[in-house]
Design a protein around this ligand. Structure first.
Ligand SMILES: C[S@@+](CC[C@H](N)C(=O)[O-])C[C@H]1O[C@@H](n2cnc3c(N)ncnc32)[C@H](O)[C@@H]1O
Length: 138
């Protein structure tokens, strides 16, 4: 939706894990993507995937705590981190001055808590819900 309504040129991806969304945003037209994670295995995995998908000129993967990178410039912020971390990031000065956000990884009432937190900001909030779940047969 964001890439249909506007074209974020720069992306900051907190908690990149495998780096999948940095690859997607690069393929969707972002010019510069910084993907970060504090977990070394995640960073190494993301770097490997970025090379595999040949987006290394667009995507930089760095090993750092999101809270040390909050003030970095970007048009779009993606945070696929646990709810408590997202809640704290929103409260951190410098986080809420970007144009677009994709915040994910929340469930149930956590979404309402984040919405309340963002109530007095100029951000327009769209919520999508994924009802499908998968399980491991044991
Ligand atoms: C749900 S996973 C992200 C999965 C990723 N979107 C993917 O599809 O592979 C959350 C990630 O956030 C990272 N993380 C948690 N707290 C963080 C923090 N404060 N700074 C940076 N990364 C963090 C974890 O190491 C983990 O890789």
């Amino acid at each position: 939706m964001i890439f249909q309504s506007g074209k974020p040129k720069t992306v900051l991806y907190f908690g990149c894990g495998t780096g999948i969304l940095s690859i997607s945003t690069a393929k969707l037209g972002a010019k510069k993507v910084v993907a970060l994670d504090l977990n070394n295995l995640a960073v190494e995995t993301a770097r490997g995937n970025v090379l595999l998908k040949r987006v290394e000129t667009t995507v930089e993967v760095i090993e750092v705590d999101a809270f040390n990178w909050v003030t970095s410039d970007a048009d779009l912020v993606i945070a696929n981190i646990d709810f408590r971390t997202i809640e704290r990031l929103i409260e951190t000065p410098g986080f809420l001055n970007k144009d677009w956000y994709i915040l994910s990884g929340m469930v149930g009432t956590e979404v309402d808590t984040i919405k309340k937190q963002l109530k007095n900001t100029p951000l327009l909030i769209h919520t999508t819900e994924q009802k499908k779940t998968s399980g491991l047969p044991l």
